[in-house]
Write a protein that binds this ligand. Structure first.
Ligand code: IPE
Ligand code: IPE
Ligand code: MG
Length: 250
């Protein structure tokens, strides 16, 4: 995907592990939750910028299955923030033609959050721009376990023949099979790990780790990640052919 402001193609699907909110706040002598509040501004700016540049899909890791183990006050605060975010951002999502989708064990979220998510998904369903995917109560391993459970039920009911399973069969059982795999995965705040994010889908994503904490990750930092992506040589396990140009993309 090309944009006149960038010399090289941009990723079609960007996934972000939004990390470092707590540290950002603690370093400033504030409670951790203030970092989450500050992070909302980055969500707005990064989402709007990705939509403007014509990115196809943006997946934001907002709450992992493991995050339920945090102190209940922080969890409650995050759930309330999510609800407020959905209410406040609807207008911006509509203005930018963004479609909201959610992935994760959504059934584990508080009922009020679930209904706000459904409402926002319905309202934005006929938008034609970027797909914004929020990963909530999400874990890569739980996604695969959920897929296996649904697959098992289909086998038992005789709807599928297990001897014909291939990679595409598994994909069809994942949370959102229509969205193509991420081309670029960004993690903020310097940590070099995946923390159970999109384990199946990240097989060939390019990695970019920024030392900037999420509350300070804005347009300029996003552009730096895109420029880095543009300089990568994706080979997908093959030997690049000299004649066909080195920067082969899916
Ligand atoms: C990321 O920031 C937001 C969530 C995981 C919800 P953190 O809260 O993990 O911030 P740090 O890593 O403790 O600094
Ligand atoms: C990953 O960040 C989850 C989200 C960004 C929502 P964490 O802060 O929870 O990950 P760890 O604990 O550093 O691996
Ligand atoms: Mg963290």
């Amino acid at each position: 995907m090309q944009h006149p402001e960038f010399p090289d193609p941009l990723p079609e699907h960007v996934a972000i592990i939004m990390d470092g909110n707590g540290r950002w706040a603690t370093e400033r002598g504030m409670p951790r939750v203030r970092g989450h509040v500050a992070g909302v501004q980055s969500v707005r700016e990064v989402t709007t910028e990705c939509a403007r540049l014509g990115i196809g899909s943006l997946t934001l890791y907002a709450f992992s299955v493991e995050n339920w183990k945090r102190p209940s006050t922080e969890v409650r605060y995050l759930m309330r923030l999510l609800r407020v975010f959905l209410r406040r951002e609807l207008a911006t999502l509509m203005e930018n033609g963004v479609r909201l989708r959610c992935i994760g064990r959504l059934q584990d979220l508080p009922a009020v959050v679930q209904s706000e998510l459904q409402r926002t998904e319905e309202r934005t369903r006929s938008n034609t721009g970027m797909v914004l995917r929020l990963a909530l109560s999400y874990g890569g391993r739980s996604e695969i376990a959920d897929a296996l459970k649904a697959f098992g039920a289909d086998v038992q009911a005789g709807r599928i023949d297990p001897s014909r399973v291939d990679e595409e069969t598994l994909r069809a059982y994942l949370y959102d099979p229509e969205t193509p795999d991420p081309d670029l995965i960004i993690r903020t705040a310097g940590e070099m790990r995946l923390s159970n994010f999109l384990l199946w889908q990240l097989s060939y994503a390019e990695l970019f780790v920024s030392s900037i904490g999420w509350p300070e990750f804005k347009r300029a930092a996003l552009h730096e990640a895109f420029r880095s992506f543009g300089s990568r040589h994706r080979k997908f396990g093959m030997v690049p052919e000299k004649a066909s140009g080195p920067k082969e993309r899916a």
